[in-house]
Design a protein around this ligand. Sequence first.
Ligand code: 2PG
Ligand code: MG
Length: 396
Amino acid sequence: MKIDNINVREIFDSRGESTIKITGGNPWFFAEVASGKSRGSREAAVFSYREAVQSLKKLKAHIVYKNFNSIRALDSALIKIDGTEDKSKLGGNVMFGISAAFTRALAKKRGEAVWETMRKEFFPSAAKNNMPLIFSNIINGGAHAENNLDVQEYMVVVKPKSSMIESVRTLIRFYRLLGNVLKKTKKIYNIPIGDEGGYSLNFKNNFEPIAILEKLIKTQHLERRLLIALDAAANSFYKKGMYRFGGRQFATEELATEYIRYFKKSKLLFSLEDPFAETDGRGFALLYRMLPYAWVVGDDLTTTNPQAIKKYADEKTINAVIIKPNQIGTISETCDAIAISRKHKLHVIISHRSGEVDDHFIIHIAKACGSDGVKLGAPTRERIWRLNKLIEVYDR
Ligand code: 2PG
Ligand code: MG
């Protein structure tokens, strides 16, 4: 397929930060690039709008009116032209935007849904109707909120049922009930909301939100439907080999013991993302050994990089992985990261970014590969659109 023009526009994400949108014609396409705040240091380079304009100028001659018959063909050309490990010549966000926009154009030309086009090229044997767990971040802390929580995300996890709409209904109901409980127990009428739509008030300590979630799930008799997951995003509280957590200093082993205590106190807690800093693979491995039934999830640790995923899976540091396409920069490499995760029997969770945009691409990736989970914000504000798309794509 040939594309006959391609442009970049400046847009703003849900935090009002500048990001980019790639658009083009014949067939018409677009992709908006979400932005992260708690980023792994090995993520692909992010260009400003001005840099993206220059990057696209250089690139145009290589891609416009050229024939690319697959997503991989276009991505391989982009990767070759860029030629860097971290996509710092063309900009990882520029490359991702082009790669995702091209995928849309290809799907349109073939008269397919975007996920179908990706499934045919990358996951021909993916389970047809796999319903993912929904990880919804309903209490925000860390870099995403102005409160005293070190843990960045407290998620409620909805187990799949017969339809996605039922899961989303349960999630919305639970989120509202939680709001009421927090108003009462914290005696606050207007609860502050964090970057991903979760409640972001102060708590007694990093465990209190888990205790509140656990109690509410139990009093609502939702134990069979809902679980609890955390993203510690521990890079943000790691300094000089120590973790500053809950006002105390912890060495790696001590923090692992603290997490184990959480898991002992909460029967519904089952998953912990980035429990240690991205340079502290030893901590992940320790936890993985001590909690064989929990999901120990890599995000900043693995940055959707196929080699990093393989390394950490081989070293038995994680058994689950977060996939964010703009961490690595092209759709083909994202799909390679998913394939290698699968090969190593890691649970695959396709994730949004905290700076959200008006683009559902990640839902198509989840459906294409039949992911085990999707990680999204709270069921409110702009985050609701992603849940609506989930319903549309899965309840067909
Ligand atoms: C994370 C994400 C998404 P950010 O750490 O998992 O919740 O945050 O997009 O800021 O990296
Ligand atoms: Mg994370």
